[in-house]
Design a protein around this ligand. Structure first.
Ligand SMILES: C[S@@+](CC[C@H](N)C(=O)[O-])C[C@H]1O[C@@H](n2cnc3c(N)ncnc32)[C@H](O)[C@@H]1O
Length: 624
């Protein structure tokens, strides 16, 4: 890890890093009733609008979750925030989740009036669910009313609420989802996805390629639309901007989000996620997250994903010294932790480290990691280390008071820094952005991104500007790779890390993959033309019409078939249907023209859109 140690040391001698270390940051109030009330009011302002868009719902949840996260423990603000979120959930027909929130609010109030109001909402939810439990709750309401001490003012007001609720409940119809067939189809899709995940190596295998390290190969034939690989990411990191909408541990929408008792930045979808996060990394992360978020940046997210893993490694190995003693570094700079028990974080660390060794001319060092080793990646790594030192007890207490000029001489500080930087570089090469696949999310890719992740098998997939597979993320945040054209057994499976040759010229494609490597794909080496889908295709069409009329007439016959499918690209409901997917994939299975072709490229564009829509992660409020 000499290169990483050097990068850390070089950064520590920079004036701006020293200023950063010695500056006193703004003190963060960990919980704040004022902030909680403000967030709730912002949510209410949107909630009272007559008509809501999906985006409004997302923003309301964001503010109510924020209000919950900021509210002091056991406070009235927390009770109001849970209660308001219950109203939102009822409004979008999520009755079970609303009941969960109402129950949480009920535990936080002693006011009879408030209790009765919350119970009245609960009865409505139970009625909408068609549950006979509503009658028990109605009895409970009567009992509370008759046995509790009630002020004179409330004694006139409460019976009116109770009577109104009873008459409303009598007319509430059981809630039926709008389109049960679509939901049933979704369940079928999820079953296929989950079955594939269990046996990845029945369908694919990892083998050396001729010139770009290892690659993933088909072990069987695939038809267009077949799922080739499903994998659950092993590292994840939520987008900071979505911190209050998503569970910070599993990235699911936090409908019934539970706050961290200490910090106000994190919300978890369940007690399970909360305790897993706390055990693994949040015990340390908790005190530095506000400072990290303040310095929000794209690359900092990568550093943070790696940091959480390093914290969990130290925790598993009991101390930094013990981890150090178990870490073996070989002469060719490979690193490995000695494993005592299988299935631990240390074992995952070894697997993650192996991801980046087999690249030709050690591209791991020559790629993104190295370009930035004295810039972004190592700067953020050093800043993260300094925040750890200043605001957490990750390094032992005596390091906290250490003078700045001693940092670079402190073995633990440099050791953790070099390990972190190594992991950041690995993630930069192998990581993925997780984004929602609905049309509005696509328009605003980064804003609607859920976060980042890295997977072990998916990291073996090489890039091609003319890919034969593409990916999306399932609602359970799993990688789903599907075939976009027929693939024969033993063919290399290639995805595009960004744009395809027919959409973007080579110079821009290089920019988009951050100039990590010189692309050796068939389209780049064969100098295929760009823009077969948009723009330039008109010129190429004219050229073909004039110079190669026979080929053009074949292209034209396919383009005529593709045109109506392309026109439907903004009709999401169309592409959520199994029969539409079959129409599109059958056409691709039958097309006779090889690349580079205008028709084939246009069809690939449609096939990818269709399969992404069909299998992909939905926006949090879609179909609410
Ligand atoms: C996610 S890894 C893919 C697995 C990699 N081949 C290995 O053995 O670990 C990405 C790296 O593979 C190499 N690579 C992938 N596709 C490539 C391509 N089309 N041309 C050149 N290098 C490529 C680059 O070094 C890139 O940083």
């Amino acid at each position: 890890m000499d290169a990483e140690r050097k990068a850390i040391n070089d950064n520590l001698s920079r004036g701006d890093i020293k200023d950063f270390a010695l500056s006193s940051d703004k003190e963060y109030q960990i919980k704040s009733a004022k902030e909680s009330i403000e967030a709730r009011k912002k949510g209410n302002d949107i909630y009272i609008k007559k008509k809501h868009t999906d985006y409004d719902h997302r923003m309301i949840l964001n503010y109510y979750n924020k209000s919950i996260a900021y509210a002091p423990n056991e406070s009235e603000e927390l009770m109001y925030a849970y209660s308001n979120r219950a109203y939102l959930l009822m409004h979008i027909n999520k009755y079970n989740e609303a009941i969960d929130n109402l129950d949480k609010a009920l535990q936080l109030t002693n006011s009879t009036k408030m209790k009765l109001k919350l119970y009245c909402q609960k009865v409505k939810c139970l009625a909408a669910l068609g549950s006979s439990r509503k009658d028990d709750v109605l009895k409970e309401i009567d009992e509370i009313f008759h046995t509790s001490k009630i002020s004179v003012e409330d004694a006139t007001f409460i019976p009116i609420i109770i009577e109104k609720t009873k008459s409303e409940v009598a007319s509430i119809k059981r809630y039926e989802p709008k389109n049960p067939k679509l939901l049933q189809e979704k369940e079928e899709r999820n079953k296929i996805i989950n079955d594939k995940e269990k046996v990845p190596f029945e369908f694919v295998e990892i083998k050396p390629t001729e010139n770009i390290g290892r690659g993933l190969y088909a072990k069987t034939d695939f038809k267009t639309g077949d799922i080739v690989l499903v994998e659950k990411p092993c590292l994840t990191q939520p987008d900071f901007a979505n911190g209050h909408v998503l569970c910070c541990h599993c990235l699911a929408v936090a409908w019934t989000g539970i706050p961290c008792e200490t910090c106000h930045e994190y919300i978890f979808c369940s007690l399970k996620c909360k305790s897993m996060a706390w055990d693994e990394y949040h015990h340390t992360e908790c005190s530095i997250t506000p400072y990290i978020i303040q310095r929000n940046s794209e690359i900092l997210k990568w550093t943070h994903m790696s940091l959480k893993f390093i914290i969990s490694l130290v925790k598993e190995n009991k101390s930094i010294d013990e981890l150090k003693s178990k870490l073996k570094i070989s002469k060719n700079n490979k690193i490995e932790i000695v494993i005592d028990k299988p299935g631990q974080k240390s074992e995952l660390f070894n697997k993650l480290m192996r991801l980046s060794y087999k690249l030709p001319d050690n591209k791991y060092v020559g790629g993104w990691g190295d370009i930035h080793s004295n810039c972004a990646a190592s700067t953020y790594t050093v800043e993260t280390l300094i925040l750890l030192l200043k605001y957490s007890s990750f390094f032992s207490g005596n390091l906290r008071t250490m003078q700045y000029n001693k940092y670079s001489k402190n073995e633990n500080f440099i050791f953790i820094g070099s390990l972190l930087l190594r992991l950041v570089k690995m993630n930069a090469i192998n990581g993925h952005n997780i984004s929602d696949t609905t049309p509005s999310a696509q328009k605003n890719y980064y804003a609607k991104g859920r976060g980042l992740c890295t997977g072990l098998i998916s990291s073996m997939i090489n890039h091609s500007c003319s890919p034969n597979i593409r990916k999306c993320f399932s609602d359970e945040m799993k990688f789903v790779y599907y075939a976009v054209e027929p693939i024969t057994s033993r063919t290399q499976l290639l995805d595009s890390y960004d744009a395809c040759f027919y959409e973007t010229p080579k110079s821009m494609r290089r920019m988009q993959i951050y100039t990590t490597f010189d692309c050796h794909c068939i389209a780049c080496e064969g100098k295929w033309p760009p823009y077969l889908v948009h723009g330039m295709s008109e010129f190429i069409t004219a050229y073909l019409q004039e110079n190669d009329p026979k080929f053009w007439s074949l292209e034209k016959s396919y383009l005529d078939k593709i045109k109506p499918l392309k026109a439907k690209m903004s009709d999401r409901a169309f592409y959520l249907r199994k029969d539409s997917i079959q129409t599109v994939t059958n056409l691709m299975n039958e097309i006779l023209i090889p690349q580079p072709s205008i028709a084939r490229s246009n069809l690939l564009h449609v096939v990818n859109h269709a399969l992404q829509t069909y299998h992909g992660l939905t926006e949090p409020f879609e179909n609410c």
